[in-house]
Design a protein around this ligand. Structure first.
Ligand SMILES: Cc1cc2nc3c(=O)[nH]c(=O)nc-3n(C[C@H](O)[C@H](O)[C@H](O)COP(=O)(O)O)c2cc1C
Length: 209
């Protein structure tokens, strides 16, 4: 259930929050709801390569702590640290995703057949670097959506890129060849305001041709 539906408040008043109310827990049910809502983000050929590990127990947070450099305040105080990985073998879910679309009457069978026949061989041929780029772009969109969804649920987040990317998957029992770390999001009830940051003017970062 969304608690806030005010687009301006959710989007334009989002700031990175790095200290949270330690007494606030987010139920697994609500966390799954937020992840489901974040998954409405678009992805390349709808392959949805984002995967989430919700680090919420003291034990798992202790395991994460040495891997997140200077970001320990977020780890210590947040309701959870949401690790977002990109699945380099996401196309293994291709049939499941496209079959679901057919079953729900959202795609004709012939379209499913044609599209999968094109997509799967294309994905299988991508180089490691190309697939890495695909899953990181897609998972980053889900990360952004999660940050806004969290605000709609009354929480705040901080996107975190400062972590030991070469160790994160294995530390949480994932195959590091398959799951590439994209971003960590701390999430919880704000105990400290984020600081206001600035943006370059649109005129400076845009060209019209
Ligand atoms: C990919 C990415 C990585 C980031 N890594 C960190 C980080 O490791 N630690 C941190 O405190 N903030 C991190 N940030 C937050 C940025 O500093 C912050 O988004 C930026 O200064 C703008 O502020 P705002 O989020 O309050 O609008 C990261 C943001 C992004 C998008």
């Amino acid at each position: 259930m969304l608690k806030n539906n005010n687009f301006e408040e959710i989007t334009f008043e989002r700031k990175s929050v790095r200290v949270y109310d330690e007494s606030v827990k987010i139920s697994n049910e609500e966390m799954l709801e937020m992840i489901q809502e974040a998954s409405i983000a678009p992805s390349s050929v709808n392959m949805q390569p984002w995967r989430f590990v919700v680090v919420e127990s003291d034990e798992a947070k202790a395991k994460l702590k040495p891997l997140i450099r200077f970001n320990t305040r977020q780890n210590d105080s947040s309701s959870a640290m949401v690790l977002i990985f990109g699945d380099m073998m996401c196309h293994e879910y291709g049939e499941e995703i496209y079959d679901q679309a057919v079953a729900e009457g959202k795609m004709p069978q012939e379209v499913r057949d044609q599209q999968l026949a094109a997509i799967i061989p294309h994905y299988e041929k991508l180089t490691k670097q190309e697939m890495n780029d695909v899953v990181k772009i897609d998972a980053s969109l889900a990360a952004m959506q999660f940050m806004l969804v969290a605000r709609a649920h009354g929480y705040d987040t901080n996107p975190i890129g400062g972590f030991e990317a070469d160790q994160l998957a294995e530390a949480f029992d994932l195959d590091k060849e398959r799951y590439v770390p994209v971003m960590i999001l701390s999430v919880g009830k704000a105990a400290e305001q984020g600081y206001t940051s600035v943006r370059l003017p649109a005129e400076k970062i845009t060209t019209f041709k």
